[in-house]
Design a protein around this ligand. Structure first.
Ligand SMILES: Cc1cc2nc3c(=O)[nH]c(=O)nc-3n(C[C@H](O)[C@H](O)[C@H](O)COP(=O)(O)OP(=O)(O)OC[C@H]3O[C@@H](n4cnc5c(N)ncnc54)[C@H](O)[C@@H]3O)c2cc1C
Length: 381
């Protein structure tokens, strides 16, 4: 058993940390106030190859393994967890394409994502269907030239900045087998968006999307008709470990800051770090974060080995964001009044990490997946 990154991965980790501290961290708190991602975040992330990590070299990417994407997620989120949404979205969408799209589609779609000229998002959730995504209602009606998409998606991250989306729509009968995936442009007169007034992840620009008879040609269908639900669920097995590392990355930064502060802050004539009441809770959260982090990397490593990783990915989907939020909460408390100002990033980190307790599936749904593998399909058919 080997717990270390390869030399190449370790160099990459240090490079991304340096990049994120210089190019992403300065925008983290500012973009929360403006509610928009600074555009240079996208161009800078693309320039260092963060959007093409999983894209094969022949399509302009790095062809990196899943563990390497996890490293990038952790390091980006230490500085700016909301910039991490762009990494997450590109990684998930590219993964879905690589498992379902044709060679012609890969040739047309991957290079613009890798070079940052297209920012993709993924539109699954609807006003009436979040956890029970197999029952989505957005309609793709057959036409002479393909389909016409009509209806509403909601809660879609990055929609203010994204120009394309993988949209899941009903092409057949009820249930999962009637759902197909389409890769569609969002800058089209038949598509409109309304921004949601979010309590966190404000720069990640969550919106509702409205489709009014958007024409879609057959070359925009991803995979076979009726395979959309399976595609997205397979993609989530990967993205859930990435989400875990995004949440834990920001938690690690919070803990590092709190440890430094505890060494410097004196009360009753000694640094607060000398009090067990201060040091032990931080040690406990360092432990939880380390445990969850290992499980995230195990899920990604298993993906790289071609091994089943459904259980590990679902375990970290409920555990990692929860462990992160709790660690950041304790880090905030370590500061006393000094963290009760928006100048200090701890409170923003806490609410931003909390978004990942819901995004891509809640804790209950993740536990349901794990319970199904433990107790069998009779637990949850
Ligand atoms: C920050 C953020 C970003 C997001 N980004 C995207 C995105 O980019 N694209 C996208 O498509 N969606 C996105 N979402 C939506 C997200 O995937 C859904 O919110 C999520 O799947 C839950 O669906 P819901 O909110 O409709 O909750 P519901 O399904 O209505 O569930 C409500 C509550 O009931 C619980 N519950 C539901 N069913 C069960 C059950 N069978 N057993 C036990 N408990 C149950 C849930 O766990 C939850 O606590 C985002 C959400 C957030 C908060």
């Amino acid at each position: 058993m080997d717990f270390s990154f390869t030399d190449e991965q370790e160099i990459f980790r240090r490079e991304i940390r340096r990049f994120a501290e210089k190019q992403l961290a300065p925008h983290y708190q500012r973009d929360d106030v403006t509610g928009r991602m600074t555009p240079s975040i996208f161009t800078d992330m693309a320039a260092v190859g963060l959007f093409g990590l999983r894209v094969p070299a022949r399509f302009g990417g790095a062809g990196a393994d899943a563990v390497t994407v996890g490293i990038a997620a952790e390091e980006v989120a230490r500085s700016n967890i909301n910039a991490g949404y762009a990494l997450l979205s590109t990684a998930l969408v590219c993964d879905i394409f690589l498992s379902a799209a044709s060679d012609e589609q890969l040739a047309a779609w991957l290079a613009p994502i890798a070079d940052g000229s297209v920012i993709p998002t993924l539109a699954l959730t609807e006003p009436g269907h979040g956890s029970d995504a197999a029952n989505i209602e957005l309609q793709a009606k057959p036409t002479a030239d393909g389909w016409e998409i009509s209806g509403e998606k909601t809660s879609i991250s990055l929609t203010e900045d994204a120009d394309h989306a993988v949209v899941f729509a009903r092409t057949g009968g009820p249930g999962a087998r009637g759902v197909s995936a389409f890769y569609v442009p969002l800058n089209h007169p038949a598509v409109s968006r309304t921004r949601l007034n979010d309590v966190a992840n404000r720069a990640a620009g969550r919106c509702s999307l409205f489709f009014d008879r958007l024409p879609v040609t057959p070359d925009r269908m991803v995979g076979d008709e009726g395979s959309g639900f399976v595609s997205v669920m397979q993609g989530f097995e990967y993205s859930r470990a990435i989400i875990g590392l995004l949440a834990l990355g920001t938690a690690s930064a919070a803990l590092d800051d709190a440890i430094q502060y505890a060494k410097e802050r004196n009360t009753f004539g000694a640094p607060i770090s000398t009090r067990q009441g201060v040091a032990f809770p931080l040690v406990e959260h360092l432990t939880y974060v380390a445990g969850a982090r290992h499980l995230c990397y195990e899920a990604l490593w298993r993906k790289d080995q071609g091994l089943d990783h459904t259980t590990q990915a679902s375990m970290v989907k409920w555990w990692a964001p929860k462990a992160a939020v709790e660690a950041i909460h304790q880090s905030l408390l370590t500061y006393g009044h000094a963290a009760w100002s928006a100048d200090n990033p701890q409170a923003q980190r806490m609410r931003d990490a909390m978004g990942f307790e819901i995004a891509d599936g809640t804790a209950q749904i993740a536990k349901l997946v794990v319970a199904r593998s433990v107790f069998g399909r009779t637990f949850a058919p």
